[in-house]
Design a protein around this ligand. Structure first.
Ligand code: MLT
Ligand code: MN
Ligand code: ZN
Length: 311
């Protein structure tokens, strides 16, 4: 199984269009050692030909251009993207669907609450019905610790040999959702992605607000974890004067702190550990920062666009 990180930044990307924080401005001027990143999305394939796109970021066209593997050219009109799977209904994870409108009807795998958002509060599905159209396949989620073993995994036609098991998470529905403050199971999911032949797996959760028992079980089960790297500190956006929202208000677990992501990743033992969905304000984007050095000391990698994970 091959996983390609198409985009590794949080909403806004890096640098963000209007931002002059130390990172964004430092990247533009060359004052810091850092790499630009598009908004978070990964692609998964068993054979390197047909891929499941996991989250469709507004940067999808640039991501496809940068990744020839997604464009196998088997017919006059063709794409390596066989299906799209969504982790939530946030702008940075769904609006790329609009850019795929010239293709065939899109197989779309998401939970019922996310499908509801896409038909109501952010109605991309009815809009796309005038173009390629979307074929919804429901991802039924488990929310208890036993569920990663019990839930029937989803198989995507055309992507033989990979099983996708969705897991309900504590994070946040988008700001435009009527249940932003009244979470429903399935607003946000993580995904255990398993290669049937090798038995190897990745747990992918770009938005993760809390480590509930089923999430902890998935983190301990997977050979590689690719998880929420949005913020270094709980009040990062507040301290910088960019927002009144703390990381928790946005459904993200920061890396630092006693129960932060570093402590969580320390507690799950040896395996590959990678942060993704990194906000442009996060000091770990500066490759010379003390925070980046600290991550390395804990065996934690920072995803970058084009990163490949083979399992
Ligand atoms: C989030 O994950 O909290 C979102 O990316 C925020 C946004 O889209 O601006
Ligand atoms: Mn996001
Ligand atoms: Zn910035």
């Amino acid at each position: 199984m091959k996983i390609i990180v198409l985009g590794s930044a949080a909403g806004g990307g890096f640098p963000q269009w209007n931002c002059n924080c130390r990172n964004c401005s430092g990247l533009r001027s060359g004052a810091i050692r850092a790499t630009a990143r598009t908004q978070s999305s990964i692609a998964v394939s068993a054979d390197g030909q047909d891929w499941v796109l996991i989250n469709a970021s507004p940067d999808i066209l640039a991501q496809i251009r940068a990744m020839p593997a997604l464009q196998p050219e088997r017919a006059r009109r063709d794409s390596g993207i066989a299906a799209v799977m969504l982790m939530d209904a946030q702008i940075d994870h769904v609006t790329g669907l609009l850019m795929l409108r010239e293709g065939k009807p899109l197989p779309l795998y998401c939970t019922a609450p996310v499908w509801h958002e896409l038909n109501n509060t952010l109605p991309l599905a009815p809009v796309l019905s005038h173009y390629c159209g979307v074929r919804w396949h429901e991802l039924a989620v488990g929310s208890d610790a036993a569920s990663i073993k019990r839930l029937p995994a989803t198989q995507v036609p055309g992507i033989e040999g990979i099983r996708f098991t969705p897991l309900a998470l504590s994070s946040k529905a988008p700001p435009y959702s009527p249940h932003r403050e009244r979470p429903e199971i399935g607003d946000n999911i993580g995904l255990l992605i398993e290669d049937v032949a090798s038995g190897k797996s990745v747990f992918y959760a770009p938005g993760l607000g809390a480590i509930d028992p089923p999430v902890e079980a998935a983190l301990r089960h997977a050979d590689c974890v690719l998880v929420d790297g949005t913020f270094w500190s709980a009040d990062e956006m507040v301290t910088l004067g960019f927002s009144k929202k703390r990381a928790a208000d946005m459904g993200h677990l920061p890396q630092s702190g006693e129960a932060g992501m570093i402590a969580v990743l320390d507690s799950i033992g040896e395996r590959r550990k990678v942060l993704i969905h990194i906000n442009n304000t996060n000091p770990i984007l500066d490759e010379d920062s003390e925070q980046r050095v600290l991550l390395a000391r804990h065996g934690i990698e920072v995803a970058f666009d084009g990163m490949e994970i083979d399992l």
